[in-house]
Design a protein around this ligand. Structure first.
Ligand SMILES: Nc1ncnc2c1ncn2[C@@H]1O[C@H](COP(=O)(O)OP(=O)(O)OP(=O)(O)O)[C@@H](O)[C@H]1O
Ligand SMILES: [Mg+2]
Length: 272
């Protein structure tokens, strides 16, 4: 693990479609299948607890969270587990883009109460995999994600799936992953080789511990095999993304100026 404090950001806004699903090479597929097995064993089911909810996060931006979330969800679906992938990184949603799905309406629209129906869209890559896209980008994702409505939504989804995989922003940048950790059975920490500093990972782990989150384990990304294979990633992109999050507060394409958090746990219907 490198020790640099400020890793150069890695671009994740380029839609590199090669790095998921059927397009994965043999070694990468096997690695994600192993991850699937480990996740299944670390969260056994019982009579009351049939659905397992997994949050995916990391210390820094660009460590491979969304790619891991997508591939883990794909592998679970491949094993005929009804899986719902939730694009809960409302700040930098990339999953809808990668899958070519309509981003909005989605999660944020339900959480503010603009609609009571959340639509789990077919992923287009695996029958057992459905996707809830992020919705319009709100100015206050942390509040929305920590709301009573979010809990209701996760509960409702749990009745309709074997696994829910939630793609989240990085811990050391924003509070979103911490607030969602209260609604999940376990968190997976993505750590990018030669990129995340020991210091940053320790900081993130301390915050998760403080939030009483259960950490299922670590997934190391960017290892030699993956990079040498077909899926070279474009590293060191230009953007300072998460540091500029304030800008979303001024977003104009957002359908509801105030984005008032609907604290009423209310009712959420799901269309699968
Ligand atoms: N296991 C891996 N090995 C090598 N490269 C990877 C791996 N997983 C993802 N990548 C590449 O790293 C880049 C960032 O990936 P991704 O968008 O999944 O990260 P992220 O953590 O979700 O980023 P962000 O914090 O911006 O949401 C992409 O170019 C992706 O192809
Ligand atoms: Mg991401």
């Amino acid at each position: 693990m490198a020790t640099s404090k400020n890793p150069a950001p890695i671009a994740s806004d380029s839609p590199d479609k090669a790095v998921f699903g059927k397009n994965l090479g043999f070694a990468a597929s096997e690695a994600y299948r192993l991850l699937r097995t480990n996740v299944m064993f670390s969260l056994p089911i019982d009579a009351e607890h049939k659905c397992r909810v997994i949050g995916i996060t990391s210390a820094n931006a660009g460590e491979g969270k969304s790619t891991t979330a997508l591939n883990l969800a794909y592998m679970l679906a491949e094993a005929r587990q009804q899986t719902i992938l939730v694009e809960a990184d409302m700040r930098l949603p990339t999953i809808s883009k990668r899958l070519g799905l309509k981003q909005s309406p989605g999660l944020s629209n339900v959480l503010v109460g603009l609609t009571s129906k959340v639509i789990a869209q077919p992923s287009g890559i695996e029958d057992y995999l459905k996707v809830i896209t992020s919705g319009d980008i709100p100015p206050n994702p942390s509040e929305l994600l920590g709301s009573a409505k979010m809990k209701t939504l996760v509960d409702v989804l749990s009745k309709n799936a074997d696994f829910i995989v939630i793609d989240l922003p990085p811990i050391n940048e924003v509070a979103d992953a911490l607030v969602v950790s209260q609604f999940v059975d376990g968190m997976l920490m993505i750590v990018r080789h030669n990129y995340a500093s020991r210091h940053a990972v320790i900081d993130a782990m301390k915050q998760l511990e403080h939030a009483n989150a259960k950490v299922l384990g670590f997934v190391v990304t960017g290892s030699e095999n993956f990079i040498k294979g077909k899926y070279k990633y474009k590293k060191y992109g230009k953007y300072g993304k998460y540091g500029k999050y304030g800008k979303y507060g001024r977003s104009h394409n957002y359908g509801y100026a105030q984005a008032v958090v609907d604290e009423n746990p209310g009712q959420v219907d799901v269309e699968i």
